[in-house]
Ligand binder design. Structure first.
Ligand code: AKG
Ligand code: FE2
Length: 359
C-alpha cells in the first residue's frame, strides 16, 4: 500500500468503509411517460410519476432516472472527451487552470470541508457569459462575468463558431432534463408546473467533469468529501466503476449507489430545501475512490439567476408552517463558495443553516 499526502486524509469518523455492500437503495424512476411524444399520456399514470418523484425527493433527496430522453451519443461524446482531456500532461491541463479571476477551467487542489479531494476537475458554464456578483460582500453591487476556458486538446472541446463543442451540446441536453424534472417537482409540491421557470432565466448553472485517479489508500481519502450541493438540482452521470455514497435519511448510514448503465442520478440541492421550506431536503453525499480503477463523473448543477433571493415559497408557508429560512442572495452565496476554493478557510464555509430561523 502506498502513501498519501496528509492533506488528503479524512478524520477517522469520515473515512469510508470499503467493505460496504452495494444496496439498491435510492429509487429508480422510469421517465418514458414524459418522453414519448406520440403516446397520449394517461393522467393517472402521470399523477403516479409526479408522486413517485415527490416521494423520492422527500424520503431520499436522491433518485435515478432511466428513459430520460438525453441522447446517448451526446453523453458518450463528452465522456470520451473527458477521458482524453484528463489523460493530458499536468502542465497542459494547468494552462487553463482556474483561479480567483476565472473560476472556470481545470483544477486539481479542491478541498471539501478543508480536506483535499482525491480528484481533478474541469468546470464550464452553461450560459456564456454567466453574470454573477463581483464579490460576496453584501454591500458591493458590482457584477462580473464568467467565461469558459477551453483546452487546445481534444478537438471535441475546442470552441467552434459553427457548431457546439461536446460540452456545450451535452449541457443543452441535460438542461432540458433538469428543467423537466423541476416541472414535475413543482407539481409534486402542489404548484403550477412552470412555478420555477423564471428563476432559471439568467441561470448560473455549470457543469463539472470529475476525474478520480486510482488512490493507494482509498480507506483514508475521499474523491469528494461529504457535502450537500448548494444549488437547485443536480443531474449526475457516473461511469460503471461506482463510488458515490448517499447518507440515508432514516438512519444516517452511508449507502453506495449502484451504477445503472446510462441512467442519471438526480439530487435535490439546498435551494430546493429552502424553496420547499424543508419538505424536501438536500442530502449529504460523498465519492469513494479505489486503488485499481480511475473513475469519471459529470454533474450538472442547475442554479438560479444570481439576483435570486432564495426563500421559502409563499404558497408553501402559513401560520402552522412558518418560513424556516430568512431570504438570502443566491449570487452572494455562490461567489462566497467559489472564492473559498482558493483560500483555505479556518472556519466552516457558507451554509444555508446560517439563514435558518431558530424555532
Ligand atoms: O462523482 C460523484 O459521484 C459525485 C460528485 C459530486 O457530488 C459533486 O461533484 O458535487
Ligand atoms: Fe455533490
Amino acid at each position: 500500500m502506498g502513501e498519501v499526502d496528509p492533506a488528503f486524509i479524512q478524520d477517522p469518523e469520515h473515512r469510508p468503509k470499503l467493505s460496504a455492500t452495494e444496496v439498491e437503495g435510492i429509487p429508480l424512476i422510469d421517465l418514458s411517460l414524459i418522453n414519448s411524444p406520440h403516446s397520449v399520456t394517461d393522467p393517472r399514470a402521470f399523477e403516479g410519476l409526479v408522486a413517485e418523484i415527490g416521494n423520492a425527493c422527500k424520503d431520499w433527496g436522491f433518485f435515478q432516472v432511466i428513459n430520460h430522453g438525453v441522447l446517448l451519443e451526446k453523453r458518450q461524446r463528452i465522456e470520451a472527451a473527458a477521458r482524453k482531456f484528463f489523460a493530458l500532461p499536468l502542465e497542459e491541463k494547468r494552462k487553463i487552470r482556474r483561479d480567483e479571476g476565472n473560476v472556470l477551467g481545470y483544477y486539481d487542489t479542491e478541498h471539501t470541508k478543508n480536506v483535499r479531494d482525491w480528484k481533478e476537475v474541469f468546470d464550464f458554464t452553461v450560459e456564456e457569459p454567466t453574470l454573477v456578483p463581483a464579490s460576496p460582500d453584501p454591500e458591493d453591487t458590482e457584477e462580473t462575468e464568467w467565461y469558459n476556458q477551453w483546452p487546445e486538446y481534444p478537438p471535441e472541446l475546442r470552441p467552434n463558431s459553427l457548431t457546439r463543442n461536446a460540452c456545450e451540446e451535452y449541457a443543452r441536453e441535460v438542461e432540458n432534463l433538469a428543467l423537466k424534472l423541476m416541472g414535475l417537482i413543482a407539481l409534486g409540491l402542489g404548484l403550477p408546473k412552470d412555478r420555477f421557470n423564471s428563476y432559471f432565466k439568467n441561470q448560473t448553472s455549470f457543469l463539472r467533469l470529475n476525474h478520480y485517479p486510482p488512490c493507494p489508500s482509498p480507506q483514508l481519502a475521499l474523491g469528494v468529501g461529504r457535502h450537500k450541493d448548494g444549488g437547485a438540482l443536480t443531474v449526475l452521470a457516473q461511469d460503471d466503476v461506482g463510488g458515490l455514497e448517499v447518507k440515508r435519511k432514516t438512519d444516517g448510514v452511508w449507502i453506495r449507489v449502484k451504477p445503472t448503465p446510462n441512467a442519471f442520478i438526480i439530487n435535490v440541492g439546498d435551494v430546493i430545501q429552502v424553496w420547499s421550506n424543508e419538505r424536501y431536503e438536500s442530502v449529504e453525499h460523498r465519492a469513494m475512490v479505489n486503488s485499481e480503477k480511475e473513475r469519471f463523473s459529470i454533474p450538472y448543477f442547475l442554479n438560479p439567476a444570481h439576483y435570486t433571493q432564495v426563500k421559502p415559497l409563499e404558497e408553501l408557508i402559513n401560520e402552522q408552517n412558518p418560513a424556516k429560512y430568512k431570504p438570502y442572495c443566491w449570487g452572494k452565496f455562490i461567489t462566497h463558495r467559489k472564492l473559498s476554493n482558493f483560500k483555505k478557510l479556518n472556519t466552516e464555509n457558507i451554509q444555508i443553516s446560517h439563514f435558518k430561523i431558530s424555532e
